[in-house]
Design a protein around this ligand. Structure first.
Ligand code: ADP
Ligand code: MG
Length: 731
C-alpha cells in the first residue's frame, strides 16, 4: 500500500472536522478560500462623484460659516496664521450640524500617538438638559481641546518626569471627516497630542513645527534668489503604499499573522516571483473589487487616490494618492492604512501592512515622495522651463543633497523598526546605507559646477539659462534607479526606505528640518558671496558648486543591492546602520539635538522620549514574535511532527525515519533554546534591544530552520499551518 494512505493517515485526515470526506482539513480550507464571489455592488446607491463627501472641507465651510469666520479659518489653513479663538464656537456649531445631518452621533479627537497608529476616544454629542431629554451640543472649547489620559500612550521619558495629563488640540489645517460604520457615524477631528507641559507626544506636532521651519528658511532663500511673489512655502508628500491581500481563511489559521503581522514559519514556495508574472499583471477580480471599494471609501474621505497596481511579490499590491501638503498628506496616509484594513474583510480578505509578512518573498515599503511648493504654485524641485525655475531648482536640490549627507544617520533612524530590519540592511532593497540618486545628466551638471565649470550637454533637449555661468538642464533627469533609497524623480525626491506599516510623520519631520537647516546654511554662503561683490547668478553657481563638492560622496547612481557598494560606501565614509539598535541612537546624537533644538522642532527631552519609545517597541515586538514562535513550535508544529513519526514507525520504512527523526530531535532542541533565551532578558532597554537582535532573533531563526524543513516532509494533512504556496497563490 503506498505510504500515506495507511489507516493512520486516513484516521487523522477525517478526525479534525469529523467530516466524512477524504479531503484534508487544509485542502478544504483552500477550496473555501477560492469560493469567493461578488456579493457587493460598490456604491450602488451613491452618486458617481463621492470625492470629499465625508469631509468638512472648504465647500462645506464656505456654505455653512459666516463670511468673516470662513475667511479667518482659510487664513489659518492657507497661511498658518494664528487661529482667532472667538471663531471656534461658530465653527464647532457648523461642524456639528453638518455631522448630525450625516448621521453622526459622536465626535472624537483623532490623533497620532507614538504607537505609530491613530487613537480616538468617542464622546456623544448629546447631553441631558434636565427635563429628561437630551440636546446635541458641541462647543468651541470641545472642538479646540480634549483631554485623553496621556499615561496610556507611549511617552518615553516625558511621562516618567511629569504628570500623566495630556491634551489634544484641534488642527484646523487638516479637515474634519466622518468615519462611517454600518451601525453609526463618528465625526473625527484631526488633533495634535501634547503633554500638559506642552511637549509633543505625537507625530503631528513636530511635523507642523518642521513645516514652519522650512517655510521660513525657504522664503529667506527665495528672497535672496530674487523671488518676491511667494509668501509661503509648504512641503509636499505623496506616499506609495505597498501591502499584501490574503484570504482571511489563511489569516485566521495562523496565530503568527494574527499576533505579529508576519509569518514566523513557512518554507519557501516552489513558485515565487521568479516568473515576473505578478508585477503590473492583471488584477484578480476579488482583489480589484476590494481595491475599488477601498478607493471609494478613501475618495469620500478626501484622499485623492491616483494609481493601483500589482507589485513584485505574489499577492502584493500598491496604492498611491496624489501628493498633498505634508500635514494633510500624513493624516491621509494614516487614513489610507486604516481603510485598507477595514475594507478587506468585506471581501473575505485581510490586508497585511507588515514590512516582511513572508520570508524569502519581497517585503513591503512605502515610498515617500517629497518636495517643496510655494503658495503661487511653484514646485521648488522642478527644473522647470525657465531660467528662474532652474536657479531655484539648483539651489534647493543642492540644499537637499547637503542635508541628506549631513544627517544620513538620522534619516536612517527615522525609518528604523523591527519590521524594517528584515528589509533595510538585509538582502533586500533599499539598503541601510543612505545615498542619493540624481541621474547621470544631473550628476554631470553638479559635477561641472563643483569644478567651477559649466556643463554643456551633448543632448539636444536642453533648457538654456541665458547666462554663461550657469548650466543648461536636461529635460529628463536621466534614467530611473529602483535600488536607490533616496532618488530624484524628475520634480521631487523619493525617500524609498519607509516601512509599509509606519507613520510617515517622523521621516517627513526629519526631511523638512534638515532641509531647512541646509537651506539656511546655503543662504549664509550666498549672502557672503554676494557681499563679496559677485552677481547673484555667479554666487549661486559658486554656492551650489561648493555644496556639491563638500557632499557629493552621498551621490551614488549604481546598484545599491551590490556587495561592492557596501565596500565603496565604507570607503566614502557613509554610514551603514544595519539594524534598529544601531540606527536609533542617531535620534539623540549631538548633531540631531543641536539641529532640532535650533529649529524648535523637537527639544532634547522630546528626542529622548522618541528614542526610548522606539527602542522599547523594538524589544516588545520581537518579544511577542519570539513567544509566539515558541508557542506555535511546541503546540502546533512539534505535535504534527510527532504524529508523523508515529506514522513512519507504523510503516516500518527506515529511510523515511532516518530523514525525519534527526530533524525532529534538532527541532526539539531548538525550541528549548528559544524558550531559554526568552526567559533570560538582561536589564535595561538598550542591552535588551541588543539581546533581542543577537540572541532572540537568532534562536527564532534556529527554530524556524527545522520547522521549515519539516514542513516539506511531514504529511500535508498533518501540518497545521497554511503554506506559502496556498496563502500567496489562492486569490
Ligand atoms: P513616478 O514616481 O512614477 O514619477 P508619479 O509622478 O505619479 O510617478 O508620482 C508618484 C508619487 O509621487 C505619487 O504619490 C505622487 O503624488 C507623488 N508626487 C508627485 N509630485 C510630487 C511632489 N511635487 N511632491 C510630493 N509628491 C509628489
Ligand atoms: Mg515612484
Amino acid at each position: 500500500m503506498p505510504f500515506g494512505f495507511g489507516g493512520a493517515a486516513l484516521r487523522i485526515a477525517i478526525s479534525p472536522g469529523g467530516t466524512a470526506t477524504l479531503m484534508s482539513k487544509m485542502r478544504l480550507a483552500n477550496v473555501n478560500a477560492a469560493q469567493w464571489s461578488s456579493r457587493f455592488e460598490i456604491g450602488k446607491d451613491e452618486p458617481a462623484n463621492v470625492f470629499g463627501a465625508n469631509v468638512f472641507g472648504q465647500t462645506e465651510q464656505r456654505q455653512r460659516l459666516p463670511k468673516h469666520v470662513f475667511r479667518a479659518l482659510q487664513r489659518t489653513i492657507e497661511r498658518s496664521e494664528e487661529l482667532d479663538p472667538s471663531i471656534a464656537d461658530v465653527v464647532a456649531a457648523a461642524m456639528k450640524d453638518w455631522a448630525l445631518e450625516h448621521g453622526a452621533t459622536h465626535y472624537t479627537h483623532w490623533f497620532q500617538p507614538l504607537t505609530g497608529l491613530t487613537a480616538e476616544k468617542h464622546d456623544s454629542f448629546f447631553g441631558p438638559i434636565g427635563d429628561g431629554t437630551a440636546l446635541a451640543a458641541f462647543s468651541g472649547s470641545e472642538l479646540v481641546q480634549g483631554e485623553p489620559d496621556a499615561s496610556s500612550f507611549p511617552t518615553g521619558g516625558i511621562r516618567a518626569t511629569f504628570e500623566a495629563r495630556g491634551y489634544t488640540a484641534w488642527d484646523p489645517t487638516s479637515p474634519a471627516f466622518l468615519l462611517v460604520n454600518p451601525n453609526g457615524t463618528v465625526l473625527c477631528i484631526p488633533t495634535a497630542f501634547t503633554s500638559w507641559t506642552g511637549e509633543a507626544l505625537d507625530h503631528k506636532i513636530p511635523l507642523l513645527r518642521s513645516m514652519e521651519a522650512l517655510n521660513k528658511a525657504a522664503l529667506r532663500a527665495l528672497r535672496l534668489l530674487g523671488d518676491h511673489a511667494a509668501t509661503r512655502v509648504f512641503t509636499t508628500m505623496g506616499p506609495e503604499q505597498e501591502y499584501f491581500l490574503i484570504d482571511k481563511t489563511f489569516y485566521y489559521q495562523r496565530p503568527d499573522l494574527i499576533n505579529t503581522g508576519r509569518t514566523l514559519f513557512g518554507a519557501k514556495p516552489p513558485k515565487g516571483h521568479e516568473l515576473d508574472d505578478h508585477y503590473f499583471g492583471s488584477i484578480p477580480e476579488r482583489v480589484l473589487a476590494c481595491m475599488l471599494d477601498t478607493e471609494r471609501e478613501l475618495m469620500k474621505l478626501g484622499v485623492p487616490i491616483k494609481t493601483r497596481h500589482n507589485e513584485v511579490a505574489p499577492a502584493q499590491y500598491e496604492i498611491a494618492p496624489i501628493f498633498e501638503n505634508s500635514n494633510v498628506g500624513c493624516d491621509h496616509q494614516q487614513l489610507l492604512m486604516t481603510v485598507l484594513k477595514n475594507v478587506a474583510p468585506r471581501y473575505d480578505l485581510v490586508a497585511l501592512l507588515h514590512e516582511k509578512p513572508f520570508a524569502g518573498v519581497n517585503g513591503s515599503g512605502k515610498h515617500n515622495n517629497w518636495s517643496m511648493g510655494t503658495d503661487v504654485g511653484e514646485n521648488l524641485l522642478d527644473p522647470g522651463d525657465t531660467p528662474e525655475d532652474n536657479l531655484h531648482f539648483l539651489f534647493f536640490a543642492a540644499a537637499v543633497i547637503k542635508a541628506v549627507d549631513t544627517h544620513q544617520g538620522l534619516l536612517r533612524a527615522s525609518v528604523a523598526s523591527a519590521g524594517q530590519d528584515h528589509r533595510l540592511g538585509a538582502n533586500e532593497a533599499p539598503p541601510a546605507i543612505i545615498s542619493i540618486f540624481l541621474g547621470t545628466e544631473l550628476e554631470n551638471v553638479f559635477d561641472a559646477l563643483a569644478r567651477g565649470e559649466v556643463y554643456v550637454s551633448p543632448a539636444g533637449e536642453l533648457m538654456g539659462l541665458g547666462s554663461p555661468v550657469l548650466p543648461t538642464l536636461p529635460k529628463h533627469a536621466g534614467d530611473r534607479n529602483r535600488t536607490s533609497p533616496f532618488a530624484f524623480t524628475g520634480n521631487k525626491f523619493e525617500f524609498r526606505a519607509l516601512g509599509s506599516s509606519m507613520s510617515p510623520g517622523l521621516p517627513n519631520t526629519v526631511l523638512n528640518t534638515i532641509a531647512a537647516e541646509a537651506i539656511d546654511n546655503l543662504c549664509e554662503d550666498l549672502e557672503s558671496a554676494i557681499g563679496g561683490g559677485v552677481s547673484v547668478k555667479e554666487a549661486i553657481a559658486q554656492v551650489v558648486g561648493g555644496a556639491y563638492r563638500d557632499h557629493n560622496r552621498i551621490v551614488f547612481g549604481g546598484d545599491n543591492y551590490a556587495e561592492e557598494w557596501h565596500a565603496e560606501a565604507e570607503r566614502r565614509g557613509l554610514l551603514n546602520l544595519r539594524t534598529t539598535p544601531e540606527a536609533l541612537p542617531e535620534l539623540i546624537s549631538p548633531a540631531t539635538i543641536a539641529t532640532f533644538d535650533n529649529y524648535g522642532v523637537l527639544n532634547e527631552r522630546e528626542l529622548h522620549s522618541r528614542f526610548d519609545v522606539f527602542l522599547e517597541q523594538y524589544v516588545t515586538n520581537i518579544n511577542i514574535e519570539a513567544e509566539t514562535a515558541a508557542d506555535i513550535a511546541s503546540t502546533m508544529l512539534l505535535p504534527a511532527a510527532l504524529r508523523y513519526l508515529e506514522l513512519i514507525s507504523a510503516s516500518g520504512i527506515s529511510a523515511v525515519d532516518g530523514e525525519v527523526r534527526p530533524l525532529v530531535e534538532k527541532f526539539v532542541a531548538a525550541i528549548a533554546d528559544l524558550k531559554a533565551v526568552n526567559d533570560e532578558h538582561p536589564e535595561g532597554t538598550e542591552s535588551e534591544a541588543v539581546y533581542m537582535r543577537d540572541s532572540v532573533l537568532v534562536a527564532m531563526a534556529g527554530v524556524r530552520k527545522y520547522a521549515d524543513a519539516l514542513e516539506r516532509l511531514v504529511a500535508d494533512d498533518l501540518w497545521p499551518l497554511p503554506k506559502y504556496a496556498e496563502i500567496l497563490f489562492i486569490k
